[in-house]
Design a protein. Sequence first.
Length: 328
Amino acid sequence: MTQMMRAVEISKPGGPEVLNPVQRPVPEPELGQVVLRVAYAGVNRPDALQRAGAYDPPPGASDLPGLEASGEVVALGDGVTSLAVGDQVCALLPGGGYAEYVATSAAHCLPVPKGMGMKEAACLPETFFTVWSNVFSRGGLKAGERFLVHGGSSGIGTTAIQLANAFGARVFATAGSEAKCKACADLGAERAINYRDEDFVKVVKAEGGADLILDMVGGDYIPRNVKALANDGRLVQIAFLQGPVVELNFAMMMVKRLTLTGSTLRPQSDLAKAQIAQNLREAVWPLLEAGRVAPVMDSSFDLDDAAQAHARMEASNHIGKIVLNVGG
């Protein structure tokens, strides 16, 4: 008889109310995979996009939302030698995190940093994989460069501010309230710009322009970002909260020798994600264990209250990460 577990599924495309608690079979590990007993699962924007019907899971992935979790290894697939049953890890997931058990590649698991609880560890994978791959690998941020991150009080933003600051960059951030701007400054932003009151283009250009911009807003921010970049600057796009279609004069790209790039994490190969995990273990995990960088926590909801967690995220009043307490 198949063992069953609690989970939350998307009953149909729609708002937070379409997230329904259900019973599902416990997954079995495939080659190179482990199964985790989930303690906490992170709540992220791609979960909301999937719920709305705008972000399909990749082939072979669970249809359940949830792209990161912390938990205990309870089963090993063939070929797994890097982990053992009983290990406590946090993991990047192809999906399925809104459940008591989830299967994922062993190579996408990282140890829970020493001194960190399971709740905080569940907030690491999605944001830290995204920030490392886009800001440092793709964007090539270096010490002394001017770095602008939009949405500075989000999970991605709070992570990007801390890591860029830790690696010696000058950090600028945009946010939509004084409380959010203060949070950005407290994390290491040299200048937090309230986009309701100030034009980030003017602020950043007065400092010489941004060498690197990480943007999740899109829409009319894209041509403004191009104006705000310094010569040889780079724009890295990771989302489009205001839409992906815009009119843009590319002459400035040639004159200023700009690089416009971007990526999504979920569709990348298992090998690419494994390489990001290894980079994080070497470069970032020591910072986490030393307390120099830490996830910023907003709130925690029970697994059955996933709809409330989504409603809070989409209201955009949160600062930092929202998690689901699954078995913590």
